[in-house]
Design a protein around this ligand. Structure first.
Ligand SMILES: *[C@@H]1O[C@H](CO)[C@@H](O)[C@H](O)[C@H]1NC(C)=O
Ligand SMILES: *[C@@H]1O[C@H](CO)[C@@H](O)[C@H](O)[C@H]1NC(C)=O
Ligand SMILES: *[C@@H]1O[C@H](CO)[C@@H](O)[C@H](O)[C@H]1NC(C)=O
Ligand SMILES: *[C@@H]1O[C@H](CO)[C@@H](O)[C@H](O)[C@H]1NC(C)=O
Length: 380
């Protein structure tokens, strides 16, 4: 009799409880939607995991981003960006009206913590204005995030600046690269890319399978310039340099040595060679973009005076919010090789050719880092 009553109790609420659906990370947002629900014993809260890689992990009001021992835990639920069909789910059976506090454990205890970005959820929290309201819970999660970010920037070693190879100029430090492995799905193709990324770099996802074509006019009516002088481009894009009046080159260099050919570990950068135009036909040179790292280039014409020193430089994917912006690069060129500087020094002209020793166009794209780095935190 006693047993029957018990099983009846357990059974009735399940049979008649409500199902409350919660979307986890819909549209890439670091959010549970809705963020708070009220449920009766016997109700079920069903979490639907959208693309990326989230969890439903129980915490406590006092420690919003810390796992509660023995609490609810969905584990990581990775979902591909192109996932179709039913989403994975995790269900919490509500057994009483006590509050249940939940967070996403992705990137826990790091500056990219989803919880620290406010990805928290509650069942039966206190009403607005109460000490244990959802608003108070979420603000304390955001405080955790701010603290993690502050700690990370305090411990990050200040990057040392360097001195240019000549000209006694201080060069802002290169950002620390981070090697990222990422599977990219685009249209009908899927491939894995390994690349260096750096703060502020564009995502490594090509705009399309074929990439875009960017046209840059070299010289021409505007004088000693690349037009446009600085562009943002994605892997698989092509940059077509069209050479107008006079006699220019586009030659890869580096941020700290803008007016001499790139040569890192014996790896010559690209160099178009001199492409004089007669003003009626315009020779072209194409550079294929394979990475999101900044690429720096210049014109190596020095007759009758240094084009590079006059500011004829070019950049792909410069981070204009950093000390290594395009404007800063141009400034380095003008300072090192400008008219105030004797141009009788050596003629260390570039003889490199072809593309940088990286790249590929299909299937497995492996990008070797030549310089820079970035953080593609977005995938998490
Ligand atoms: C999901 O995230 C966890 C924790 O960061 C990680 O260990 C796991 O490899 C990720 N899974 C996928 C498929 O990205
Ligand atoms: C272009 O410039 C280079 C280097 O100054 C020079 O060697 C070459 O003869 C020039 N070509 C023409 C057609 O002016
Ligand atoms: C650049 O890409 C185009 C189109 O994919 C290809 O035809 C060309 O050979 C590539 N050039 C280099 C230097 O890799
Ligand atoms: C810039 O100056 C350096 C040092 O004098 C020199 O080696 C280099 O050829 C110059 N480059 C240009 C394009 O003027």
């Amino acid at each position: 009799m006693f047993t029957t009553a018990l099983s009846l109790l357990a059974f009735v609420p399940l049979a008649f409880g409500a199902i409350i659906d919660v979307q986890v990370g819909a549209e890439g947002k670091l959010l549970y939607e809705p963020e708070a629900v009220f449920a009766q014993p016997g109700d079920q809260v069903v979490f639907h995991f959208h693309p990326k890689n989230h969890t439903v992990t129980e915490s406590s009001f006092a420690d919003p981003c810390g796992r509660k021992e023995g609490g609810h835990q969905s584990g990581f639920q990775p979902v591909a960006a192109d996932h179709s069909g039913a989403l994975p789910t995790y269900t919490i059976d509500v057994t009483n009206t006590d509050p249940v506090w939940v967070y996403c454990a992705q990137a826990a205890r790091t500056p990219n913590s989803h919880c620290g970005a406010g990805m928290v959820f509650a069942i039966n929290c206190g009403p607005d204005g109460a000490p244990n309201s959802f608003t108070n819970f979420k603000s304390s999660a955001l405080e955790v995030g701010n603290r993690l970010k502050a700690e990370a920037s305090a411990t990050a070693a200040p990057a040392p600046s360097t001195t240019a190879a000549y000209g006694d100029l201080t060069i802002p430090a290169e950002p620390t690269p981070e090697l990222v492995t990422r599977t990219i799905t685009l249209e009908a193709a899927t491939w894995t890319t390994v690349y260096s990324s750096y703060p502020g770099s564009p995502a490594a996802t090509p705009a399309s399978e074929e990439g875009r074509v960017h046209k840059v006019i070299v010289g021409g009516d505007k004088g000693l310039v690349f037009d446009p002088p600085s562009i943002q481009a994605l892997p698989r894009d092509q940059i077509v340099f069209e050479f107008h009046q006079k006699n220019h080159t586009v030659t890869q260099s580096s941020f700290d040595d803008p007016c001499r050919p790139f040569n890192v570990a014996g790896n010559p950068g690209f160099d178009s060679g001199f492409l004089p135009s007669d003003g009626t036909s315009f020779p072209t040179f194409t550079f294929n973009v394979t990475d999101t790292a900044p690429v720096w280039a210049y014109c190596r014409q020095r007759n009758p005076s240094s084009h590079c020193g006059a500011g004829m430089v070019f950049a792909v994917n410069a981070n204009d919010d950093s000390p290594r912006s395009f404007a800063a690069f141009q400034q380095v060129a003008q300072t090192l090789n400008g008219t105030s500087v004797s141009s009788t020094a050596d003629t260390n002209a570039g003889q490199g050719s072809g593309a940088i020793g990286i790249g590929a166009s299909t299937g497995q794209m492996v990008f070797t880092a030549l310089s820079m780095g970035l953080v593609l935190a977005a995938w998490l």
